[in-house]
Design a protein around this ligand. Structure first.
Ligand SMILES: [Zn+2]
Length: 451
């Protein structure tokens, strides 16, 4: 889109057992409000923070390396206090580190910087209630340059980023742990920031709304204010929340209670060695090793769980056949049931057994599809499922067709002398025996070949 500049700030909770500066558990989701707290994470006067949670720091370094950032090594990185007043922040400041990684890049999107900070608590505006269980949970913040030129571009990139975070396995997996701020300007005008968007789909929706709103203001010769807006999910619109603070308003200052971090080169090298094979290189390997299409490879590697399962299934069946099922029927069936592959509990052994039966022509494509639908909901040995569904009794489609042709000499001769309806009669005979579970197109194709 012309003149559109979008930048993103992504906040994601890191997967640590305890909070950033105290030993309170971060696993507070089932806890009663204000139970997973202590004087440190509620900012009580006189409380002293513990040393910074090392696991959280290592997680940020790992992500920064994967995003091709330069890590700030051998130079003090200060933890600073960022002041603002809000009920979810009893201390009146949020602790946030200076940049840990800078100048990264992912899929042609420049990453400005990556740092560590603590999550504030939660304030329920309507009820006027505060829950501080979340307060002090370690977060990574990833900031991109304003390089996205359309809302779908931003969304697609976020999906790539999420896939990488999934591979790195150092962030929380629960729903709602990622929050996104998106800033947008049109024709180099004032920047508007939309805060706290909770899903990629909503990022796209909020930005699309904002483009329409700003275009409308420009058309009527009005100014686009520099401001922070809030996205209303139900109304699908943004509304002003507060005027954007300038950096000075936050009165950043080094936290006197936290010694500056000093990241050693050896630590970075050590973490580098723990990086898994990331989606991009995995996709390239799948294309080379298994001869998959680029599209299939990219589709499969976006989920590390699916990628592993695909590789294991491919030990038993043709990888191209397997890949077509992973991106085709399997994905379709899971989506239809609103499930993920991991969530379905279907095992690689079951999947391999099903595809093996298909590969050997023991069942038709259609029968495999029907069995898969059942397997996704109630994982079990596909042989049993196929038996129970009565999909095996007619055996191999080719054998059935041969039998039908042998039995129906007259119809075959009629067809050969140009009577088209004889062909449909033969199709009908095969359908009858397979009880409608075979694909009519497949029957037509095989019949034509034999005739
Ligand atoms: Zn605490």
């Amino acid at each position: 889109m012309k003149g559109v500049k979008i930048g993103l700030e992504i906040h994601e909770q890191l997967d640590t057992e305890s909070k950033l500066f105290c030993s309170c558990p971060t696993d507070y989701r089932d806890a009663e409000p204000n139970k997973s707290i202590c004087p440190v994470c509620t900012g009580q006067p006189g409380s002293k923070p513990f040393g910074l949670n090392e696991k959280a720091l290592n997680a940020v370094i790992k992500i920064a390396i994967a995003l091709n950032c330069k890590i700030i090594v051998g130079k003090p990185v200060q933890v600073r206090r960022k002041h603002y007043i809000y009920p979810d922040l009893p201390s009146g400041y949020q602790r946030t580190s200076e940049s840990i990684g800078v100048e990264g890049e992912l899929n042609n999107v420049q990453i400005h910087e990556v740092h560590l900070e603590e999550d504030p608590g939660r304030f329920f505006l309507r009820e006027g209630l505060v829950d501080l269980n979340r307060s002090g949970t370690p977060l990574i913040e990833i900031t991109t340059d304003p390089v996205f030129d359309s809302p779908p571009h931003a969304r697609e990139w976020l999906e790539k980023l999420a896939s990488i975070l999934d591979y790195l396995n150092v962030t929380k997996k629960e729903e709602g742990t990622m929050r996104i701020d998106a800033n947008i300007s049109l024709n180099n005008g004032n920047k508007v920031e939309i805060k706290n968007i909770n899903s990629f789909r909503n990022v796209e929706k909020a930005l699309s709304f904002e483009i329409t709103r700003q275009e409308d203001l420009i058309r009527r010769n009005q100014t686009v204010e520099r401001e922070t807006r809030h996205f209303d999910e139900k109304m699908i619109l943004t509304s002003p929340s507060r005027k954007k603070e300038t950096e000075e308003d936050y009165r950043h200052m080094p936290d006197p209670d936290i010694p500056p971090l000093l990241i050693k080169k050896e630590l970075v090298e050590k973490i580098k060695k723990t990086l898994p094979e990331l989606p991009q290189s995995k996709a390239a390997r799948f294309v080379k090793l298994y001869k998959l299409s680029g599209q299939n490879a990219e589709n499969i590697v976006s989920d590390p769980y699916a990628a592993d399962m695909f590789e294991n299934v491919s030990k038993f069946v043709n990888p191209i056949l397997a890949s077509n099922w992973f991106v085709g029927q399997l994905k379709k069936t899971l989506n239809y049931n609103n499930m993920t592959l991991r969530g379905s509990k279907i095992t690689e052994k079951q999947l391999a057994a099903l595809l093996k039966m298909l590969e050997k022509g023991k069942i038709t494509e259609r029968a495999a599809e029907l069995a898969l639908r059942e397997m996704v909901l109630r994982p079990a040995d596909p042989k049993k499922i196929i038996e129970n569904l009565g999909l095996l009794e007619f055996g191999d489609l080719n054998t059935i067709i041969k039998e039908i042709l042998d039995k129906n000499e007259k119809a075959v001769n009629d067809y050969k002398t140009g009577r088209k309806e004889a062909f449909e009669y033969l199709v009908g005979q095969v359908m009858k025996i397979t009880k409608g579970s075979a694909d009519p197109e497949e029957i037509r194709r095989l019949l034509k070949r034999r005739l």
